[in-house]
Ligand binder design. Structure first.
Ligand code: F6R
Length: 624
């Protein structure tokens, strides 16, 4: 979603550095971009804006370069107002001497806009953000200092917002405000920066700090002045910054998505090693402070409530199977956007938020609401400096590394692995399994980790061959049962998101209760099999029902499942893992996941979709 980069430099020109920062933010999804800069002693603010890719803005800057000692830039993902040049940030006041970029939503923008229009302010855009520029203008016009003006500004804005503001001619400082939307400060060689995501920093930034919530202040060369919303000095705590330029390249792959599909190979070993390295401290991930507290609480724990969105919701749904079957804990999973309306808060419950970014607004708001009600909340999060990682009582890092492609691939796999490991640890600490059993199960998890890429490689050429066949269809049905239904649902989300093909996922037992009416020779039906012998038998019956109606049957199955594989027109098989293998059948989806991702990738490629940045979507959904 929207991204912010603000820089104060020593060299004229900081514009290139802002562009570099915006490139780092591109992965979050955006539809337009803009930059403004100013020089010392010159009250003029110069601006360049373009709709579409950042390359359009770069081409414009190449034709008509702009320069200054301070600059602010923004990538916009439209919420209030269409994708037009007028709506691109930075936004200005009437005099053109205040420019600002904004992430989040100003909830009372309509009331403020009406009042400011009545005062004579002229608006140029349809955005909620522009209101802030005019409001600040009207406050400063009363002769208040910038510090007092910011203090009044935050008292009049409702909603969630990260703001970076430039005053014409004040090239030595930028103003910043943070309420609920992420914003970070960076200090370094020849420049100071304020950005919405750490990836926007360059190698010159030596240390950084997450701005505390409800803080405003001033960024200058090598220094920061910060105040909490109540006007007292705010403490800013810095951490050394290590720039990771390699996370920005595609590692020789055509797309980030492909790079990330292949990164799943080593992920299982890496996560299990890192989690085991926690030793006895693992209980802190659940928010417990001591082993005795953990052991008491885990014995009494009757229910876990998992909360997440999108792909993380499906990973949590697999996690619920693991926690129920392995750790004996009744577990429910709720989409964060629905949870807010129906929370039944009870004793001896543990809440878990699951998120790649750790910034998804719906999930974050549930976490905050639960914390306000003094509930215990743990997280499973990839971005370790994210708001969720900081605000939960404890969290488990997913160790997936930066995920750039909008569609989550390796982070899904990482979440599933963390859940499986966690279920084993809880089961062991409750005395449900012995240490030997725990180690044997961990070995099965690692064995399945090796299957991820083996299954992809074994089926790669068939998948590439079949992609064009899939691409001709406008609709599809995906089926599975139990844990394999979760994979079917996640695959359906991926195909919708990346190929824009309408797919419905159903538990295959539901076929006869409605969806079977859709099945004919024009309907591809993809069945995700289970390695559980009983579940498998039922899946075979459902596949026969599809076949009998002329449906175009495609199967993701396991070796030896010949009855099912023989029914299929096209099939992709996990070798060495049959219904009779001594491996937990709950791990079946893990073996299939990269092959499933590669099928979706290949179909999207045939259809020439913008794979890493699907239309209308953003990587980190920071508005509710
Ligand atoms: C789909 C996808 C999204 C995210 C969802 C939650 O491929 O990536 O559905 O899973 O927006 O994001 P996080 O995990 O960052 O909370």
């Amino acid at each position: 979603m929207c991204g912010i980069v603000g820089l104060v430099g020593q060299k004229n020109n900081v514009v290139e550095a802002v562009v570099y920062g915006l490139e780092g933010l591109e992965y979050r999804g955006y539809d337009s971009a803009g930059i403004a800069c100013t020089d010392s002693g010159d009250t003029k603010i110069i601006c360049a804006k373009a709709c579409g890719e950042l390359s359009a803005l770069k081409a414009q800057l190449h034709e008509q370069p702009i320069s200054g000692l301070a600059a602010i830039g923004h990538t916009r993902w439209a919420t209030h107002g269409r994708v037009t040049l007028e709506n691109v940030h930075p936004h200005f006041d009437c005099s053109g001497t205040i420019a600002l970029v904004h992430n989040g939503i100003i909830e009372n923008y309509h009331e403020l806009g009406t009042m400011l229009k009545a005062e004579g302010h002229i608006f140029k855009s349809d955005t909620d953000s522009e209101v802030v520029a005019h409001l600040l203008e009207s406050i400063l016009d009363r002769g208040l200092s910038p510090k007092k003006a910011l203090h009044e500004l935050v008292s009049r804005l409702d909603g969630a917002y990260a703001l970076v503001i430039m005053l014409g001619g004040r090239s030595d400082e930028l103003l910043f405000v943070r309420k609920r939307s992420p914003l970070c400060l960076g200090l370094g060689k020849n420049k100071s920066a304020v950005v919405s995501d750490l990836v926007a920093f360059d190698a010159d930034i030596e240390k950084y700090a997450i701005i505390p919530d409800q803080t405003y202040g001033f960024l200058r060369m090598g220094e920061v002045e910060a105040y909490s919303f109540d006007g007292f000095s705010a403490e800013i705590t810095y951490t050394p910054h290590i720039h990771n330029a390699s996370s920005r390249d595609r590692g020789g792959h055509a797309h980030y998505m492909l790079k990330e599909i292949y990164e799943q190979k080593g992920i299982v070993h890496r996560i299990v090693t890192a989690l085991n390295d926690l030793g006895d401290e693992w209980i802190k991930g659940l928010g417990y402070t001591s082993a005795s507290q953990a052991s008491e609480s885990l014995k009494k724990l009757t229910h876990v409530d998992l909360i997440a969105c999108g792909t993380s919701y499906y990973a949590a749904s697999l996690g619920a199977f693991f926690l129920r079957d392995i750790a004996g804990i009744d577990t429910s999973v709720t989409r964060a956007s629905e949870f807010a309306y129906n929370p039944i808060l009870m004793k001896n419950r543990l809440y878990g938020v699951v998120s790649q970014s750790g910034e998804t607004a719906d999930t974050l708001e549930v976490l905050r609401a639960l914390k306000r009600q003094e509930q215990s909340v743990f997280g499973i999060v990839n971005v370790e400096k994210s708001s969720m990682a900081r605000e939960a009582d404890g969290f488990f890092a997913m160790h997936a590394g930066p995920e750039i492609s909008v569609a989550s691939t390796k982070s899904f796999t990482a979440q599933v692995v963390v859940f499986y490991w966690l279920a084993l640890k809880i089961a062991h600490s409750k005395g449900l399994i012995t240490l030997q059993q725990l180690q044997a199960s961990e070995a099965e998890l690692l064995w399945c980790g090796n299957k991820i890429e083996e299954t992809l490689e074994n089926n790669k050429s068939s998948i590439e061959h079949d992609a064009a066949w899939f691409a001709q269809y406008k609709t599809c049905l995906f089926l599975g049962r139990q844990e394999s239904f979760i994979l079917a649902a996640e695959a359906a989300l991926k195909l919708k998101e990346l190929a824009y093909i309408f797919v419905e996922a159903f538990p295959s037992g539901e076929l006869k209760h409605g969806p079977l009416a859709l099945v004919d020779q024009n309907m591809p039906v993809v069945v995700f099999s289970s390695a559980d012998p009983l579940v498998y038998q039922k899946i075979v019956s459902n596949a026969q029902e599809v076949k009998a109606r002329g449906g175009r049957l495609v199967v993701f199955g396991f070796q030896d499942q010949t009855a099912l594989l023989n029914l299929a027109e096209k099939s992709y098989c996990v070798s060495g893992f049959s219904s009779y293998t001594q491996c937990d059948s709950l791990l079946g989806p893990l073996c299939m996941v990269a092959a499933m991702h590669y099928l979706v990738y290949s179909i999207a490629k045939v259809l020439e979709r913008p794979i890493d940045k699907p239309r209308n979507l953003a990587k980190s959904v920071t508005v509710e």
